[in-house]
Design a protein around this ligand. Structure first.
Ligand code: NAP
Length: 333
C-alpha cells in the first residue's frame, strides 16, 4: 500500500510504501477513494516527537470500498462502499488502504460522490454525539428551543446547524464573522447569525430571544467561556469540543444549575467502550438522511488527488481557521 506520513512537527508529507495489512477480527480492509482534512490531522502532526520508527499516517475521514474482512465481521461484505472517521490511536487515511473496526463504519450514502461522502463522518459523529449524547437533546420534545452554535461555518458547525434544525427542529442561533461564512450558515438553515469576534452577549440579547437552552462551542473555548456562562439559560447545558488553555471558574454556572460537558469523538474507539457500535448507527442514520435529501454534504472544495503538494495546500487552508465547510482529496494516484 502507498501512504503519506509525517516524521515530526515540521515535516512535509513523506510518501512511503509498505505491505498492505491483513484484516482480522472485526476489521475491514478498505481501499480509499477520497478523504477529508480536519484540524486534528494538523494537531497530531504538531505533537509528533522524532525520531519515529516510521512516518505517522494521520487523517480520520474517508470513503472507500471494502476489499477484505476479518473473521468476526458481521455488518459488511467485500465490495461495500463505506464511509468512516476511524480511530486516532491507529494509522489514518492518508493512504491507499486502511484497516478500520466495522463498529465505527457505515455504508456510504448512495447519492453522494466519494469526495462528498468523505467529508461527513468525523464532523457528523462529533455534532451528533454533542447534541444528542452529551447535551441530551431529545429530538421529540425540544422543537422551538434555542441553541447557540459557536463557529457555524466550519466543518463541525456546518453539520451541527443542519442536525439541530432537521432532527431536533430547534431555533438555531449561530456565529460567523464574514459575509461569506454568514451566508453559508443561513443556507444550511441557521435562523440567526451573530459575530463571534464582537460582543456576543450584546448581539444575542439584541435579537430579543430567550437565553439559549443549549450552547455548542466549536471554536476557542477560552475566548467564549465568559459569554457562554452569561448567556446560558437557567438549567441549560453547554457542550464544548475544543480544549482550553486557561483555567475557568465553573462556580459561575452554579446559581443557574447550568452544566458543561465535553465531546470528543474519538472517546468510543480510544477506550473501546461497550457502546462502540453507536458510531456505526449514527453514521448509518446520517447516510440515510443524506440520501433522503434532508441533510446536504458540507464539501466546499475538492483540492485534488492525494499528493504531498495537495496535502500541504489543504493543511495550510485548515490552519488559517477560516475554512467554510470541508476540504476533500481524492485517492492516491
Ligand atoms: N472534540 C472533538 O471530537 C472534535 C471534533 C472535530 C473538531 N474538533 C475541533 O473543533 C474545532 C473546529 O473544528 P472544525 O473542523 O469545525 O474547524 P474549521 O472547519 O477549521 O473551522 C473554521 C471556522 O471556524 C470559525 N472560527 C474561526 N475563529 C473562530 C472563533 N474565534 N470563534 C468561533 N468561530 C471561529 C470560522 O468562521 P469565520 O470565518 O466566520 O470567522 C471558520 O468558518 C477544531 O479545533 C477541531 O480540532 C474537535
Amino acid at each position: 500500500m502507498n501512504s503519506f506520513g509525517f516524521t515530526g512537527p515540521d515535516s512535509e508529507p513523506v510518501f512511503f510504501e509498505q505491505d498492505t495489512p491483513i484484516a482480522s477480527g472485526k476489521d475491514l480492509l478498505i481501499k480509499i477513494d477520497a478523504i477529508a482534512i480536519n484540524p486534528v490531522d494538523i494537531k497530531i502532526k504538531a505533537g509528533l516527537t522524532p525520531p519515529l520508527k516510521s512516518p505517522r499516517i494521520v487523517g480520520w475521514d474517508a470513503c472507500g470500498t471494502v476489499i477484505a474482512t476479518g473473521d468476526d465481521v458481521e455488518l459488511f461484505q467485500v465490495g461495500d462502499n463505506v464511509f468512516y472517521a476511524g480511530d486516532v490511536t491507529r494509522p489514518g487515511c492518508y493512504a491507499s488502504h486502511q484497516l478500520v473496526d466495522e463498529r465505527i463504519v457505515a455504508k456510504a450514502p448512495k447519492s453522494l460522490t466519494p469526495a462528498e461522502a468523505s467529508v461527513m463522518p468525523l464532523c457528523s459523529i462529533t455534532a451528533w454525539e454533542a447534541l444528542f449524547s452529551r447535551l441530551k437533546i431529545n429530538a421529540e420534545l425540544e422543537a422551538g428551543k434555542n441553541i447557540l452554535i459557536i463557529g457555524g461555518a466550519g466543518g463541525v458547525g456546518s453539520i451541527a446547524i443542519q442536525l439541530a434544525k432537521v432532527v431536533a427542529k430547534m431555533n438555531v442561533i449561530t456565529t460567523a464573522s464574514r459575509a461569506e461564512s454568514e451566508q453559508w450558515c443561513r443556507k444550511l438553515g441557521a435562523d440567526h447569525v451573530i459575530n463571534h469576534h464582537s460582543d456576543m452577549v450584546l448581539q444575542y440579547r439584541t435579537l430579543g430571544l430567550k437565553d439559549p437552552d443549549y450552547i455548542l462551542c466549536l471554536n476557542d473555548t477560552d475566548q467564549h467561556f465568559d459569554a457562554m456562562a452569561e448567556l446560558i439559560a437557567p438549567q441549560g447545558m453547554i457542550c464544548t469540543i475544543v480544549g482550553s488553555k486557561e483555567k475557568h471558574d465553573l462556580d459561575c454556572l452554579k446559581s443557574k444549575s447550568a452544566g458543561l460537558v465535553w465531546e470528543f469523538m474519538f472517546t468510543r474507539p480510544m477506550f473501546n467502550t461497550d457502546d462502540l457500535i453507536a458510531q456505526h448507527q449514527v453514521l448509518q442514520r446520517i447516510a440515510d438522511l443524506l440520501d433522503e435529501g434532508k441533510l446536504v454534504t458540507t464539501l466546499t472544495e475538492t483540492v485534488g488527488p492525494m499528493t504531498a503538494d495537495n496535502i500541504t495546500k489543504a493543511h495550510h487552508q485548515i490552519g488559517l481557521g477560516t475554512t467554510i465547510g470541508k476540504l476533500a482529496l481524492t485517492a492516491i494516484m
